[in-house]
Write a protein that binds this ligand. Structure first.
Ligand code: SAM
Length: 504
């Protein structure tokens, strides 16, 4: 890594350390239990930059936007605020340099930070761990022994990468698809084939879309399983990957070509290197649509509420000429954020959490002498709503199978707030704000499956089922495959904080 970038990174790590440095679940180094129950976050002790805000606020005359001086960076930016243009991640796509002298809404900043083709997180440093040989769970003594073994494989994997391409800032994470290969893919395949045979066979082919396929392991494991268990269905199976990252799309193709069954599978597969948000092809056939650990990276907007009026304000960031970040809020919501709030209000089948707290306590709190004027931010999944629009417009016959985290330890302050973390010299470092050096931080969000299910139903008109990851595995996996000798089962006990949403 070049030293100006390193300096910038360290300045930001120093300025925004998280309250504790427990690695979050996605890049948790092996050797620690992965349940949310062990997270024991100490966020109540954490003083974020939001709580350090000084009372000095300025209001711009015409656009309803307010910036907030931060105690740790007390520069007056009211002039810049008036003159800098408001840009989107799309506007910055062709820029090789991180932007300066601009304003961005929070979701656009996060999108740019994760997905900019030149400096975005997914463009270079992100690597998904692959254990190589599958783990032989039945011959591993117990859970801790599995942790140790995984730790060794992790180190070997990274040592091998370092031999050819040393990278102190490599972002390495693991997913259940990789840890439990091939059993995890086989579990999903069992679900797909059963549902296909029940409702579509023999009138339609089995068409599977996978959005965000990582190393391509799910595709290989599903195709192997179908070929081995139902040759007739295999003949009619088409597997299409939609992958935003050029490097992961080529890795998926390489892994397909290198696989033992490449010759057979290759005619069943299409790898489309594109963001789902750029999708513009109408797919009239019925299809299954997999989204496994992808929606957590879909960008969110930050909304805070005035305690007195309960009116929302939308968050953004101003980047000054020195590349420093200044958070601001606008009382005028943009169309996407306000649509989300409207759709949620109309679609919600049950009360949803608010940073304003329970209705009954609001009066009491407002009467208290020293209470803040505004809430902590709530992060709303605006991009996820747009993904549902895309499913509805272009994949009318889809059936979604989405899996993701329903809670995350070590998140930044706020409701539905993301984990923001980087990895440096093989150590995970969480920080307390999303406004950090673009491209070096994974930013991923928990999913409120209750709210998201209602929104999905409202947009697509389809019926759904939400279940815990564990229940899905109990229903569809051959759980003996992942049982250790003492009867523990990491497939069931890890990922306790994950849920699945399926179209029924
Ligand atoms: C955490 S990885 C999960 C990989 C894989 N599904 C697994 O479980 O092993 C997220 C994947 O989604 C891809 N991705 C993220 N945003 C995307 C988007 N907007 N369109 C398509 N792919 C996306 C990433 O490049 C990556 O392959």
């Amino acid at each position: 890594m070049d030293s100006p970038v390193l300096n910038q990174l360290f300045r930001q790590l120093f300025r925004h350390p998280a309250c504790q440095s427990l690695p979050s679940i996605r890049s948790l180094p092996p050797g620690r239990p992965q349940s949310i129950r062990q997270s024991a976050t100490s966020r109540s002790q954490c003083r974020s930059f939001l709580t350090r805000r000084t009372p000095g606020k300025r209001k711009s005359a015409d656009d309803g936007m307010m910036w907030n001086r931060r105690g740790d960076y007390p520069k007056d930016i009211s002039e810049e605020f008036k003159t800098y243009p408001l840009v989107t991640a799309k506007d910055l796509r062709h820029r090789r340099e991180r932007p300066r002298q601009v304003k961005m809404m929070t979701r656009e900043f996060i999108d740019d930070s994760l997905y900019n083709p030149h400096y975005g997180y997914f463009s270079k440093h992100a690597t998904i761990f692959s254990p190589g040989e599958p783990f032989d769970f039945n011959n591993i003594s117990d859970g801790p022994a599995f942790h140790r073994l995984l730790g060794e494989r992790y180190t070997e994997f990274e040592d091998r990468l370092d031999e050819t391409q040393p990278d102190e800032a490599r972002q390495l994470w693991h997913t259940p698809t990789e840890l439990f290969r091939p059993y995890y893919g086989e579990t999903i395949a069992r679900y797909l084939v059963s549902n296909y045979k029940l409702t579509l066979y023999p009138y339609h082919d089995l068409i599977i879309y996978e959005m965000g396929a990582g190393n391509g392991t799910m595709m290989l494991n599903i195709l192997d399983f179908i070929r081995d268990t139902d040759h007739e269905v295999y003949q009619r199976t088409k597997f299409k990957i939609i992958e935003i990252s050029p490097s992961l799309a080529s890795l998926q193709m390489k892994n397909l070509r290198d696989s033992l069954n490449a010759g057979g599978h290759i005619n069943h597969v299409e790898i489309i290197n594109r963001s789902i948000f750029d999708w513009n092809t109408y797919v009239h056939s019925p299809c299954f649509f997999l989204a496994l650990e992808v929606i957590d990276n879909f960008s969110h907007d930050a909304i805070r509420y005035d305690y007195k009026t309960e009116l929302p304000q939308q968050g953004g960031v101003l980047i000054d000429a020195d590349g420093e970040f200044h958070e601001f809020y606008s009382t005028r919501l943009d169309p996407l954020a306000s649509r989300f709030l409207r759709v949620r209000q109309a679609a919600a089948q049950r009360p949803f959490p608010s940073p304003l707290g329970p209705k009954l306590l609001r009066g009491l709190r407002n009467a208290a002498p020293f209470h803040p004027e505004v809430t902590l931010p709530e992060y709303i999944p605006t991009r996820l709503m747009q993904f549902f629009d895309i499913l509805d417009s272009y994949f009318p016959g889809h059936r979604l199978i989405a899996s993701d985290f329903n809670k995350l330890p070590d998140a930044v302050p706020g409701l539905n707030a993301p984990v923001v973390q980087t990895r440096y010299k093989r150590r995970t470092v969480p920080v307390s704000t999303p406004f950090v050096h673009q491209g070096y931080f994974d930013i991923f969000f928990p999913t409120d499956f209750n709210v998201v299910e209602d929104i999905y139903r409202a947009i697509t008109g389809k019926l759904t089922q939400v279940m815990s990851h564990e229940d899905f595995m109990r229903r569809w996996a051959y759980i003996e495959d992942t049982e250790t000798r003492n009867g523990e089962n990491p497939l069931l006990t890890w990922y306790k904080n994950a849920s699945m949403l399926m179209t029924v």
